[in-house]
Ligand binder design. Structure first.
Ligand SMILES: N[C@@H](CCC(=O)N[C@@H](CS)C(=O)NCC(=O)O)C(=O)O
Length: 208
């Protein structure tokens, strides 16, 4: 099988299973035990010198960073469907929100939780309140970021938002939770949840 996801169910790789299920490409999972530092083993560092998951390989291509993996999979296996084509005006909106998640939501929520002090004007992720207002405006009056139609940007942005809500790193504003529920209703999301749950069970991780 060409596509391999280096995975642990307690990592962002869990969300990548959802992305793979959305595009429908056959894939294989390679379990990496992040509890015992498997992500820092020489074979893993050769793939990702950061020593982190997820890592996705497709033949000789190595992709790290969850958002990059999402955009790669959508362009490669669902171009024109889950990824707007380059000549589609929706492509700009798609990229905007796919990048907003790792560039603004992740560091912004982490900064808030850890109590970092910084100047909003100097930090690329800006002010926490502005971020919340921006997320609300992105979701206002639409089911998904591009309107009625789900795209891979939702798996990145929505996956990040879900994580923030789950770990109480963000307040559960009604539009955030309604969006998270719409995403959770997707068959691909449910297949991914089931696969992650089966792996947790198989590896005895539910007891830890
Ligand atoms: N920017 C990366 C973050 C990757 C990341 O932080 N992965 C965590 C798990 S979710 C990890 O591997 N942690 C183990 C470690 O750093 O040793 C992405 O979006 O994929």
């Amino acid at each position: 099988m060409s596509v391999v996801l280096y995975h642990h169910p307690f990592s962002r790789a869990a969300n990548v299973i959802w992305m793979l299920e959305e595009v429908g490409v056959p894939y294989e999972l390679h379990h990496v035990d992040i509890m015992t530092g498997g992500q820092k083993a020489p074979d893993m560092l050769a793939l990702n010198p950061m020593g982190k998951l997820p890592v996705l390989t497709d033949g000789d291509t190595v992709v790290t960073e969850s958002a990059a993996i999402a955009l790669y999979l959508a362009d490669r296996y669902s171009y024109g469907t889950l990824a707007p084509r380059v000549d589609d005006p929706a492509r700009g909106t798609y990229l905007r929100w796919a990048f907003f998640a790792p560039s603004v939501i992740e560091p912004g929520a982490m900064a808030k939780m850890a109590g970092w002090t910084f100047k909003d004007s100097q930090a690329g992720w800006g002010a926490f309140e502005a971020m919340l207002a921006t997320i609300e405006s992105a979701l206002e009056g639409r089911d998904f970021l591009l309107g009625d139609k789900f795209s891979m940007a939702d798996a990145v942005f929505g996956g990040t938002l879900r994580y923030m809500l789950m770990f109480k790193m963000m307040e559960p504003r009604p539009s955030f939770t309604a969006y998270a529920e719409r995403l959770a209703a997707r068959p691909a999301f449910q297949r991914a949840e089931a696969r992650n749950a089966a792996i947790r069970e198989e590896r005895g991780l539910n007891k830890k």
